[in-house]
Ligand binder design. Sequence first.
Ligand code: MG
Length: 269
Amino acid sequence: MKYIIFFISLSLIYSCREGAEDTVDKEKIDENVIIHEEYQGESPEVPEATEFYEPAVPRVLPFASNGVPSDAIVLFDGTSLEAWISSGDSTAADWHLNKNGTMTVKDQAGDIETRQHFGSIQLHLEWKSPEEIRREGQNRANSGVFLSGLYEVQVLDNNDNDTYVNGQVGSVYKQHIPLAMASVPSGDWNTYDIIYHAPEFNEKGQKIKSGTITVIHNGVLVQDHVEIKGTTEYIGWPKNPAHGKGPLKLQDHRDDSRVSYRNIWVREL
Ligand code: MG
């Protein structure tokens, strides 16, 4: 009897799944996504019904110059801080420009941000915490990448240095715990590849669509299209001020972080 019930349940589940698949296929046809208009309402019996040649896909050379894609906007290539200003007073960025093509946080100089403002972007940057260890927890090589100047992806030296997990390296600060801790040893260069979709607001300033963040840390997915709850606050709840395009901001945590950056570029989405 037990086996009969089991097989009946199994066939019921299977028939439900088949029904669900039928529904999905019809929806796709209705959306005119996978089938040409002239074949609408019919079963696509020829391969051409589901093959598209428009819109043309733009050509991007992936390693056009110094490994940067041909359509990217270079924000830091090691030669100048011209693309950056001080967040505090909009004067020239006052961080250390090093002779080896990198820049380093200048303690107490404050955050810096790009002159140019962006909406949704693909961002690549590389960062390094100092080999020489000082301090503990949130005060060990703390910096951060602020998307639209408001939403922080944490930069921190977490090697043998635990802290609250929603504020550790790769977190969307105090909102999303990273899926993995993928840092290289202190003193080596990390890569962050970030896909950021900016939130959308209506004319009344109300949020109508949340922003999302995906982060790949040294080739490892650590944030998978997570929803931004609002500003990434140290104390208190996230806030949701309406905004349009904003700068990319890098944090001076004001505790002698000595974090360095190099090779920063974005592609607008
Ligand atoms: Mg930080």
